[in-house]
Design a protein. Structure first.
Length: 134
């Protein structure tokens, strides 16, 4: 959960990384669009990242965190979770470009694989501490 220490409930650091996440997400979805992801493919790719990073779909994460079914999981993520998700989108987007992956299935496979590597790296460096804030 984000650290609470200002008027709107979020730390300045958390707000900064959340803003960056939104910029990266726009870039990432533009990469997906240029590589033939259509319709439900965006959600499939998001779930691939979620499963790779946290072992659960976005829908399941909402339930685990006690969130409304339409809540944005990232708005309720820790600083480290936001960074990991953003890194997975950056690296996944770059890999999609480099490998010239196309379509929902290929792009989702790249997203999952990339997210899994990010999770393994984070675990090797930090242990199971993605809930810690800087």
């Amino acid at each position: 959960m984000p650290q609470l220490n200002n008027g709107n409930g979020y730390s300045a650091e958390w707000l900064c990384i959340r803003s960056l996440c939104k910029i990266i997400r726009k870039w990432f979805t533009s990469v997906l669009a240029r590589h033939g992801v259509r319709g439900r493919g965006y959600g499939i790719c998001s779930n691939a990242i979620s499963r790779g990073l946290q072992g659960a779909s976005v829908k399941t994460l909402r339930k685990l965190k006690g969130l409304d079914q339409n809540a944005n999981v990232r708005d309720h993520a820790s600083f480290a979770e936001l960074v990991a998700w953003t890194l997975a989108e950056i690296l996944g987007g770059v890999r999609i470009l480099k490998q010239n992956s196309h379509g929902n299935a290929q792009c989702a496979a790249v997203c999952y694989d990339t997210a899994k590597h990010v999770a393994q790296m984070a675990d090797a460096l930090l242990g199971n501490s993605t809930s810690e804030a800087p």
